[in-house]
Ligand binder design. Structure first.
Ligand code: DGL
Length: 274
């Protein structure tokens, strides 16, 4: 028995392609259906109610296309809407925050075995994700004494989209945002937004040597492998197909998508969310 239906992934835009890439590497024979709500990006500056409304509409479209599992490949949508999506979904749903929090706690225990020293784990994320404290809650659940330092880095999103990931503007912005992280002594820093992995080198350079960056894309892909039972996997032969849906398709978007994927994006299908 196998299940040949696609896995649905959803993000506010193209940042979630970093998660799609990690999933495609771990599950190469699965078909992937990705939806980027590019007409409504960014989610990270919007209210909880609005993000939940947008996220539920996006998820309905993927469910109509008969996906066998859903990955909420957006930190903001996971932080603000995962509970509502799980309530309504007949198929298993995975967000990016729990896998990211697990990886962070594991890394913090390795780098700070004395734990009593109380070094915080730092979370870099959008303003909405920071305000939700979703990472803080997930980390405290796994490691009750662990302190969590949240830093909102909203300018990292347009910098990543513009491809300004390593120039002096990116370095100056990173230096300002990351100063409190360096001062706190945090040795583990979570990239809690799908855009931030593109700035990995600049973020690393702005932090003390030896700081570990956690990118939830790969931990989410690993958690997805564990979530899909053997019968819900596709027959392992052959390479899976990836289909990309967007709610707005401009030439700029194609360029940005190519930057996130590291190659030309396949055909983008324009869809409307009612
Ligand atoms: N995808 C969002 C996230 O991971 C970042 C972009 C946005 O603000 O919509 O939080």
């Amino acid at each position: 028995m196998s299940d040949s239906r696609p896995i649905g992934l959803f993000d506010s835009g193209v940042g979630g392609l970093t998660v799609l890439d990690a999933v495609a590497r771990r599950l190469p024979s699965e078909d992937l259906l990705y939806l980027g709500d590019t007409a409504r990006l960014p989610y990270g500056t919007k209210s909880r109610e609005t993000v939940r409304r947008y996220a539920l509409r996006a998820v309905s479209l993927l469910l109509e296309r008969d996906v066998k599992a859903l990955v909420v490949a957006c930190n903001t949508a996971t932080a603000l809407a995962l509970d509502a999506i799980r309530d309504r979904s007949p198929v298993p749903v995975l967000g990016v925050i729990e896998p990211g929090a697990e990886a962070a706690v594991e890394a913090a225990r390795e780098t700070d075995p004395k734990h009593g020293a109380g070094l915080p784990v730092a979370i870099l994320a959008t303003e909405a994700t920071v305000a939700s404290d979703a990472y803080g809650a997930a980390i405290r659940c796994l490691d009750p004494g662990r302190r969590v330092l949240h830093v909102a880095c909203p300018l990292f999103v347009p910098l990543a989209e513009e491809g300004w990931t390593g120039n002096e503007v990116a370095r100056a912005v990173a230096a300002i945002y990351l100063e409190p992280v360096a001062v706190s002594g945090a040795k583990v820093v979570v990239l809690g937004c799908t855009h931030y992995p593109l700035l990995k080198a600049t973020i690393t350079a702005a932090l003390p040597p030896g700081t570990r960056l956690i990118d939830s894309a790969d931990s989410t892909a690993r958690a997805l492998v564990a979530l899909l039972s053997p019968i819900s996997r596709k027959d392992a032969s052959g390479r899976g197909e990836t289909h990309l849906l967007v709610t707005d398709a401009s030439d700029r978007l194609r360029r940005v998508a190519a930057r996130f994927l590291g190659r030309e994006a396949a055909a983008l299908e324009l869809v409307d969310l009612p």
